[in-house]
Design a protein around this ligand. Structure first.
Ligand code: BDR
Ligand code: CA
Length: 311
């Protein structure tokens, strides 16, 4: 089983991503680190504890990380998408566990240093913690086996501005640090997440499996209602869960090695990922950019795994 860390800002799709990891025997979730993003740090940390408790794994440590972005404050949180408290208006029961006293980067550095086998890190929020790890503990960061990032867009424009995807836009300077590092990185952006739609029928399958599935479906409901009312969509895009699928089952997504630069200027392009698609890159800092996906198979993977949590 591959050791796994999830760096996250739950978040409706973050919650699904965590539950997917718990349902997957290929990986062993050893640590969750939290980062400001969809809502404030204290709230996302509480949400991470509660989601793990829901999944029956309150033993997994949760270490809180960065409260703010590296250089400029994140312009806006995403309470309008995820609910003011981040989990779509659902109040999950509190966990008996408290947050780990260590700061996220310390917990992460200690785990990476001690692990006898390479660790996969799934970063599904703004990249502030990972940039801080690279700055403070570069030798530990060098031990990351695989960093799977949900963020950015190569050719689909943005979702929070015309140019930028939310996680990258929330801390573009951190994203630039991470995406120009030599850590082996897979970038799972809007090109593959937007076409991957979890339908109401799919949700009904795990909702009917038992109490964990029912809570997961309840967390998703506000997101489903919003997508239906705003876009007439028959389902929702659960970005972070697709990134976790690639973390759990490498090769799920078709990737190509590309040079990627993040726009850190203050103009309208701020937070855009500029993916050089003219050629395959040989640079050590190149990123495996996810360009193709079998969306049907990815959704089936998610739905069938979530249903297992109640088995
Ligand atoms: C990303 O933004 C957040 O709101 C989601 O949790 C996901 O990580 C999608 O752009
Ligand atoms: Ca997220």
């Amino acid at each position: 089983r591959t050791p796994l860390v999830i760096d996250t800002d739950p978040g409706i799709d973050d919650a699904l991503a965590i539950l997917l990891a718990l349902a997957s025997p290929e990986v062993e979730l050893q640590l969750v680190t939290t980062v400001h993003g969809n809502v404030e740090l204290a709230q996302v940390t509480e949400n991470a504890l509660r989601v793990l408790h829901l999944g029956g794994r309150s033993d997994v440590p949760v270490a809180a990380g960065a409260r703010v972005s590296l250089v400029h404050p994140q312009p806006e949180r995403a309470g309008h998408v995820h609910g003011a408290a981040g989990l779509g208006g659902v109040q999950l029961p509190p966990s008996p566990a408290a947050a780990d006293p260590r700061p996220a980067v310390v917990a992460l550095a200690e785990l990476l240093t001690a692990s006898p086998t390479p660790v996969t890190v799934a970063a599904i929020g703004p990249l502030t913690n990972i940039a801080l790890l690279l700055a403070a503990h570069p030798e530990a960061a060098a031990r990351i086996g695989r960093l799977v990032v949900m963020g950015g867009s190569a050719g689909r424009g943005g979702n929070v501005t015309a140019a930028a995807e939310f996680n990258i836009w929330s801390d573009p300077e951190a994203a630039q640090v991470v995406l120009s590092s030599s850590v082996p990185t897979v970038l799972v952006g809007l090109d593959v997440t937007l076409p991957t739609v979890l339908t109401e029928e799919g949700i009904a399958r795990f909702a009917g499996a038992g109490p964990v599935g029912r809570s997961a479906a309840a967390i998703l409901q506000q997101y489903v209602d919003h997508s239906r009312d705003a876009y007439g969509a028959a389902g929702v895009v659960v970005h972070d869960a697709l990134a976790l699928t690639e973390a759990i089952a490498p090769g799920t997504l078709g990737t190509v090695r590309r040079d990627v630069v993040v726009d850190t200027t203050p103009g309208p392009g701020r937070g855009q990922t500029l993916v050089d698609r003219r050629a395959v890159s040989r640079s050590a800092s190149a990123v495996e950019v996810a360009e193709t996906v079998d969306s049907g198979a990815a959704v089936e993977f998610l739905v069938s795994r979530l249903a297992r949590l109640d088995a």
